[in-house]
Design a protein around this ligand. Structure first.
Ligand code: NAD
Length: 309
């Protein structure tokens, strides 16, 4: 019998790709409920789904920030039973903290963190009753370590990591697995939306030095990082599809080996200083050497010795 997979945020990016890949599974193992907040944006998904539409893929409305929307969506699923839940919907936020208002920050937590909590609360009783289930979370490498000018976004992903790691312990007792998938930069609308936000934002109350660091150092460095080590949403979806089909899914999985030299710094020095100092140097001292720096870190070559410890 096919497993029911509910995915949030399927109008674009990773969610769309994952929904389509699972719906086209050659062994037809999945019935995909591909959800999105605004059904007016379903065209791209429907076109990509092709013949799977109405067969192994159905499209449904779901706003992760609304209790009513979640209840309505689950009531349309046969038996209300979800075997695999993929918490994918998310929003980004970059910029100097002083120039961001609290309501915008709270919206990031409402979507990225409480959106996932809301969905989990809704599907968990059924999974527990059936003594089976898999909850997949699209976290980020920013759920593992902070990134400059991404303070709030990273905090929302850290919150997910803490929440789901805690829950994983209890849920093992119910044969329910949790997997936190941690992509590095991915070329989706996500980055475009962020750049659009910052191009019109004025960040009132931010001092000129901070604004300069953000606009003239961080933004070009971030673009370069997306260009040089960015993954495609198809690649990330493939990793998630493999996690979903796994008999013993991992709790954590990074999707991008080209980014892993940076995440390895935290594991190499639990005090945290090494990661913070090297990130600082990459941004404030050698922004144009980012690619070179990542390669040095990856191979552990002599150049790394001149870096701060
Ligand atoms: P995306 O912007 O294409 O997709 C995000 C989706 O979430 C969109 O379809 C959006 O409409 C939806 N969404 C936002 N608020 C919602 C709400 N209230 N209810 C339902 N849906 C909502 O970007 P993406 O890169 O595909 O992002 C998917 C996930 O991957 C996010 O959780 C993001 O944080 C994470 N991620 C992205 C990157 C990256 O570089 N793009 C890196 C690591 C992690």
């Amino acid at each position: 019998l096919a497993q029911t997979v509910l995915i949030s945020g399927c109008s674009s990016g990773i969610g769309l790709e994952l929904a389509v890949q699972l719906a086209h599974d050659s062994r037809q193992r999945y019935q995909v409920v591909a959800t999105m907040r605004d059904l007016g944006k379903k065209e791209m998904l429907e076109a990509a789904a092709g013949e799977a539409l109405g067969q192994t893929l159905t499209v449904a409305q779901l706003d992760v920030c609304s209790d009513e929307s979640v209840a309505q969506c689950l009531s349309c699923i046969r038996g209300g039973e979800v075997d695999v839940l993929v918490n994918n919907a998310g929003v980004g936020l970059v910029g100097p903290l002083e120039g961001l208002d609290l309501a915008t920050m709270q919206n990031v937590f409402d979507t990225n963190f409480f959106g996932a909590v809301r969905l989990v609360k809704a599907v968990l009783p059924g999974m527990k009753r059936r003594r089976q289930g898999h909850i997949v979370v699209v976290s980020s490498v920013m759920g593992l370590q902070g990134v400059v000018f991404n303070d709030i976004y990273a905090a929302s992903k850290f919150a997910l990591e803490g929440f789901f790691e805690s829950l994983a312990i209890q849920l093992l007792q119910f044969n329910i697995f949790i997997s936190l998938v941690e992509p590095g930069p991915v070329a989706t609308e996500f980055e475009g939306k962020l750049l659009e936000q910052v191009s019109t934002a004025e960040f009132p109350g931010t001092d000129p030095d901070t604004l300069h660091y953000f606009q003239d150092l961080y933004l070009p460095t971030s673009r370069e990082l997306f260009r040089s080590v960015g993954q495609s949403p198809q690649d990330v979806a493939q990793v998630i599809a493999k996690v979903i089909s796994s008999a013993r899914p991992p709790l954590r999985l990074q999707t991008n080996t080209r980014y892993s030299p940076l995440t390895a710094l935290k594991a190499a020095d639990p005090s945290g200083s090494l990661y913070v100092r090297i990130s600082h140097r990459l941004l404030f001292r050698w922004p144009r050497l980012l690619n070179f720096g990542l390669r040095c870190l990856a191979c552990g070559c002599l150049h790394t010795r001149v870096w701060p410890r």
